[in-house]
Every structure is written in C-alpha cells, then in structure tokens.
Ligand binder design. Structure first.
Ligand SMILES: *Cc1c(COP(=O)(O)O)cnc(C)c1O
Length: 387
C-alpha cells in the first residue's frame, strides 16, 4: 500500500484554525471584550417558510407506503431539473435539456469531483486569490496549479494564462473579492477556452446576488460557452441551504462530457436526498422566490452598510454590490494578518485575512455580509474611531 502522498502532505486549514486561535487568545486576555465577527462565511437567516413546508410534506410522503421513495435517479428528479431550466435558463435565452442538468448535494463536492473527468497531466489554472476548494482538490489529485493573479491593479480581471491551461476554475461573483466580470470580459475567457481546447469550471454559487443589469448570470449567456464550460450552482448561499445540501451542475452536450459525468455519478453518487430536492423545488414557487429575494436583499443591505462604512473610514474597498463579500485593501501597506491583528486588538473585530485565499490575497482582508447587521454598524463605528 502506498498513500496518496499529495493528500498526505497537505496542510490543514491554516486559515480558519489561525483565526480561531488568535480570536480565542484575545478573548482569554480580555474576557469582557465584545468581539464582533465579520468574517462569517456561512448564511445566518433561517430557511424560508415555503421551503420548510415543502420539506414537511416530503417527510410525510416518506412516512406512507404509497408515497414512500427509495433511491431516486442519480442525476436528480426530472421535475427539479426541468424547473431549474424553466426558471434559471430559459428566461435568459439559454436552451438546455434535463439530461444536461445534474442535481448535487451542493457545489463543494462537484467542484472537486469534476476533475475526475480529466487526465492527470492536465494543467489547472485558478484565480489568485480564490475559494480554497479549487486549489485543494487539484493538489489532492496530484496536479500542479497555475495562479492567475487578480488584484486592484488589473481590476480583478486576471490576464489570460501564459502557458496552456486545460482546466480553468472561474468564480463570479467572486469569493473572496466580491467582484464580477462583464459579458465582454467573460467572452475573452470563453474564446481562450475554445482556442486552446480548455474547459472552464464556472462556479456561480453567488449568482443570486447579481443586481447590476450588465453582469451575466450564467456563463451560457456568452457565445460559444456551451462547448467549453461546466456551470456549478448551489442553493447554499441563495436560499440558506448550507446545512440542507442541494445544488446543481450543468454539463452541456457540446462539451462531450455529459455521458461521462452521468457514468461517474451513477457509480460514485447515489443521488441527492428526496427531501432536499423538494425543498429546492419550493425555491422556484412565487412564494419561495419572494422569500429568497428578501433574504438576499437583506444580506446585500448589510454588504452596502459595510462597504460604505469602510469607504467613509477612508479605506479602499471592492465588491459588496453583486456579492455578499467586501474585499478591503489594508491601510498603509499593512500585511493582511497585521491588519487582522490591528482590527482585533484596536476594534475587537474579526475579519478574514486575504492571504488565507492564496498569495494574491496578501494586502487585503475580507468582510462578510452574513454578519449580524447590528454588529456591522458597531464595527464601522469602532473602525472610524480608531483608524
Ligand atoms: C460556499 C461556496 C461554495 C460551496 O457551496 P456548497 O454548495 O454549500 O457546497 C462553492 N463555491 C463558493 C465560491 C462558495 O463560496
């Protein structure tokens, strides 16, 4: 037996352990200090009533012999896949068939699992900074990663890879920077992928936060994207499903990978829970849509409060308009951990240091709109008083 040495020698999650350690050390030294956590990466509002009602109904169905359901289709129930097409794609002029939509237990699993479709020698390009799963999954699979630096100076639009990239992870609206790409900017990436026979794995986990009319909601709004892009979506950040677990992945016929992905899922994934799929279906009812919109508007309101507050305090900020994250440049060239410590000790605020999202995050910190609104208001006041 030989272990997967790539996985064996990976570091633990330094970022979150270190944040917890530093916060606990501070709290132990100053037990009376009211520490405000503005780094939260998980939604906080409870599930909407239409979703809860649908889950109750689904549970009751499972309790009776006539309506009990066992294994469902590995790719998800067709009623949910069709509902997704009718609401998320057809209104934007995108034609898909249910056979191209795969229900998942969330974006996290598929973002890593999709790499099984590609040869181990394929080269992988990842935005820097980025959500850690792309780099980690690539490393576990024994592949090397090329970083695509994205920072204020290039407007968070990275240059195209200088050497061949076979697999490209893009995430827009972006976590952690909260920034987006216009149609024209995304077209450049689709054109690159067509020319270089690459595949783009497009993480659209924050699609629901898009409010500006010029920002594409799906990569398939871009000409030629169906040939080169897989789109990964999730109900986690839109409808509060981080604990329920449901999302979906689109693998268009034109990629030539649809049958392969189905084959892979049928062996390694036995389907998403029936109750979770009924819960997801309820998001698309008029009442469900209204409730989800209200939650997102609430988070976006908090994002605006943070963004404008930091700006008033003289800080340079990005994102927070079409995303729940505000990416803030550290003042006076401070390191991201140095600014983290300053915020913790001077303002009793916990943020997320940018360096935790890759070398390109150095010089920035991330604030999250999933933080309690009252805490954000107090936090801004403290920053203004101390900076
Ligand atoms: C939260 C998040 C996900 C994962 O979502 P799940 O569906 O809960 O697995 C994927 N991508 C990004 C960028 C995220 O922030």
């Amino acid at each position: 037996m030989t272990l997967n040495t790539y996985l064996q020698h990976m570091n633990g999650s330094y970022l979150f352990t270190e944040i917890v350690n530093r916060t606990q050390a501070y709290q132990a030294a100053y037990p009376d200090a009211q520490v405000l956590r503005l780094g939260v990466g998980d939604v906080t509002r409870p599930l909407a009533k239409p979703v809860i009602d649908a889950m109750h109904r689904a549970v009751d169905e499972l309790a009776h012999p006539d309506t009990f359901r066992g294994y469902g289709p590995e790719e998800g129930y067709e009623w949910l896949r069709q509902t997704i097409i009718d609401h998320d794609y057809r209104p934007r002029g995108i034609d898909l068939t249910p056979g191209e939509v795969f229900i998942s237990d969330g974006a996290g699993s598929d973002l890593g699992n999709l790499s099984e479709l590609f040869d181990r020698t394929n080269r992988v390009a990842v935005l820097d900074p980025s959500y850690p799963a792309y780099v980690d999954a690539t490393t576990m699979a024994g592949r090397a990663v090329t970083f695509l630096p994205s920072h204020a100076e290039n407007g968070f639009v990275p240059d195209l890879p200088k050497e061949q990239a076979d697999l490209i992870y893009l995430c827009f609206p972006n976590n952690p920077t909260g920034t987006t790409l216009t149609r024209e900017q995304l077209q450049v990436w689709v054109d690159y992928a067509r020319k270089h026979r690459s595949i783009i794995i497009f993480d659209a986990a924050y699609e629901a936060y898009i409010t500006s009319p010029d920002i594409p909601h799906s990569i398939y709004e871009i000409e030629g994207a169906k040939e080169v892009a897989v789109e990964v979506r999730s109900f986690s950040k839109s409808a509060g499903f981080t604990g329920v677990r449901c999302g979906y992945t689109v693998v268009p016929r034109e990629t030539g990978m649809t049958a392969m992905w189905l084959r892979r899922q049928c062996t390694k994934y036995n389907g998403t829970a029936y109750v979770a799929q009924r819960a997801a279906e309820a998001i698309y009812t008029p009442e469900g849509k209204e409730a989800v919109r209200a939650d997102i508007d609430y988070y976006l309101g908090t994002a605006r409060l943070i963004r404008e507050g930091l700006q008033d305090a003289g800080l340079q900020v990005f994102g927070g308009v079409n995303a729940p994250y505000i990416w803030c440049r550290t003042p006076d060239g401070m390191g991201s951990w140095e600014f983290f410590d300053w915020l913790l000790h001077r303002c009793r605020i916990v943020c997320t240091p940018g360096a935790g999202f890759g070398p390109g995050g150095e010089g920035y910190v991330r604030f999250s709109a999933f933080s309690p609104r009252a805490h954000c208001q107090t936090a801004i006041k403290r920053i203004k008083e101390n900076i």
